[in-house]
Design a protein around this ligand. Structure first.
Ligand code: C2E
Ligand code: MG
Ligand code: MG
Ligand code: MG
Length: 280
């Protein structure tokens, strides 16, 4: 079966295709993966897939430089479909290479989320890669969760496939927490600024503690994003945050590099030198 990203050269000249869609056809897009480690065991429990564009003139571009272009050009559903396929296949490959199975998480844009074919795209990626659904996670934002009436229905359809769902950038400016109870969510990812300022600012510190406490009460996993210092890591560990991700542990890396750093990354989380009453 020929899919949209296996089309021949002729379709490249179609003016209606966005720059990014052309980049996809020309195989200039690739994924980097950033490890997420468990704060009890230090083990890698997941990786987040992050999109990169190897621009012929500009070199490697980050999502902030091109994702809005993609949204304008209508390329996002196609890109997202490719990301899902690539991430699932890669995760299956790591498993076949003997790494301990972990979750790969994929960021979902608002646009495909409100389209029912996201469910089909996820199902296809799973079938195609033979990855077990429990090893795929979809990251959506609070704004997306609350924006569309249809989101709830789509999220339930996705859950029925057996994948997990996380709220990315949690704490970034949305006040209604009602959706947390109604939505089939597995995980909260605390937004980077809270984590990064938690050492200098008491308010941010209490925000982090509050999010962790709330996640526990709602039986959700909680992951801290953007961990850059050992001090932040220990603070999160002491406050029983489940997992962490950030430059301290590893920057996003290629799939091959992930295999190379796999063992070293799992030695970064310190043993908990804290009171036994705090150890669950
Ligand atoms: P995000 O999903 O919150 O991803 C985390 C971002 O923080 C990544 O930036 C990552 O490289 C960066 N990061 C991780 N640890 C640290 C740290 O310790 N310090 C600092 N300063 N930054 C850190 P990136 O890759 O540039 O992605 C930015 C955003 O673009 C992502 O935020 C996500 O919302 C979006 N994005 C990335 N890849 C995709 C994709 O495949 N699809 C969609 N729809 N969005 C994507
Ligand atoms: Mg994310
Ligand atoms: Mg995000
Ligand atoms: Mg985030």
């Amino acid at each position: 079966m020929q899919t949209w990203y296996q089309r021949d050269e002729a379709s490249e000249s179609d003016d209606s295709e966005s720059d990014l869609l052309r980049a996809l056809v020309r195989q200039e897009l690739f994924l980097h993966y950033q490890p997420v480690v468990d704060l009890k065991s230090g083990k890698i429990i997941g990786v987040e897939a992050l999109l990169r564009w190897n621009h012929p003139e500009g070199g490697v571009q980050l999502p902030k430089d091109f994702l809005t272009i993609a949204e304008k050009g209508g390329a996002i559903p196609s890109i997202e479909e490719w990301i899902l396929h690539t991430a699932c296949k890669q995760n299956k490959k790591w498993q076949e290479e003997g790494l301990c199975p972990f979750i790969v998480s994929v960021n979902i844009s608002a646009f495909p989320l409100i389209q029912a074919d996201l469910v089909q795209a996820v199902e296809n990626a799973l079938l195609d890669s033979k990855l077990e659904p429990k090893y795929l996670e979809l990251e959506i934002t609070e704004k997306m969760a609350m924006d569309a009436d249809r989101t709830l229905d789509i999220l339930f359809q996705l859950k029925r496939l057996g994948v997990s769902i996380s709220i990315d950038d949690f704490g970034r400016g949305y006040s209604s927490l009602n959706y947390l109870k109604r939505f089939p969510i597995d995980k909260l990812k605390i937004d980077q600024p809270f984590v990064q300022h938690s050492m200098e600012d008491e308010t941010e510190e209490s925000v982090v503690k509050t999010i962790i406490g709330m996640a526990k009460n709602l039986r959700l996993q909680v992951v801290a994003e953007g961990v850059e210092t050992q001090e932040q890591l220990v603070f999160l560990q002491q406050n029983l945050c489940d997992a962490a991700q950030g430059h301290l542990i590893s920057k996003p890396v290629s799939a091959e590099r992930l295999v190379e750093i796999y063992t070293r990354v799992q030695e970064i989380v310190p043993d908990k030198g804290i009171g036994p009453d705090q150890i669950e």
